[in-house]
Design a protein around this ligand. Structure first.
Ligand code: ZN
Length: 128
């Protein structure tokens, strides 16, 4: 609630909360679209986003949501991709989104069928 006058309602409530607990206010880092340059998208809750690598799908903690950490992941785990342009990761994301959409809409039986299909695709030339 916000009053346009000098009186701000809710102040007492805020005071109660801040004095009620001595723990630090938890701060969550927000995702920035520029992080895609390091091959990261975000995953999970919007108020507590977690950086996810589009190459190996590794999910990092929210406190890793900063360029230095993301860059280090890219440099140590995917050193061959560090010179890739953001467009490369963009394509990875599109591919990932497509697969996630397909899989999340499917029930477990269809999922199994899809897995088999992917495997067949991968083993293409060897599949009879
Ligand atoms: Zn990775």
């Amino acid at each position: 609630m916000r009053d346009s006058g000098g009186n701000i309602s809710g102040v007492s409530a805020i005071k109660e909360i801040s004095t009620g607990s001595c723990s630090k206010k938890k701060y969550f880092r927000k995702y920035d679209t520029s992080y895609l340059e390091f091959g990261f998208i975000w995953c999970g809750n919007e108020s507590e986003p977690k950086p996810q690598c589009v190459v190996c799908y590794e999910l990092l903690a929210n406190e890793c949501m900063k360029p230095a950490k993301l860059k280090r992941h890219l440099e140590t785990k995917h050193s061959s991709l560090k010179s890739k342009l953001v467009e490369y990761f963009q394509r990875c994301v599109e591919q990932t989104n497509k697969e996630i959409k397909v899989v999340s809409n499917a029930d477990s039986v269809t999922k199994k069928a899809l897995e088999t299909l992917y495997r067949k695709e991968r083993e293409g030339p060897f599949y009879r």
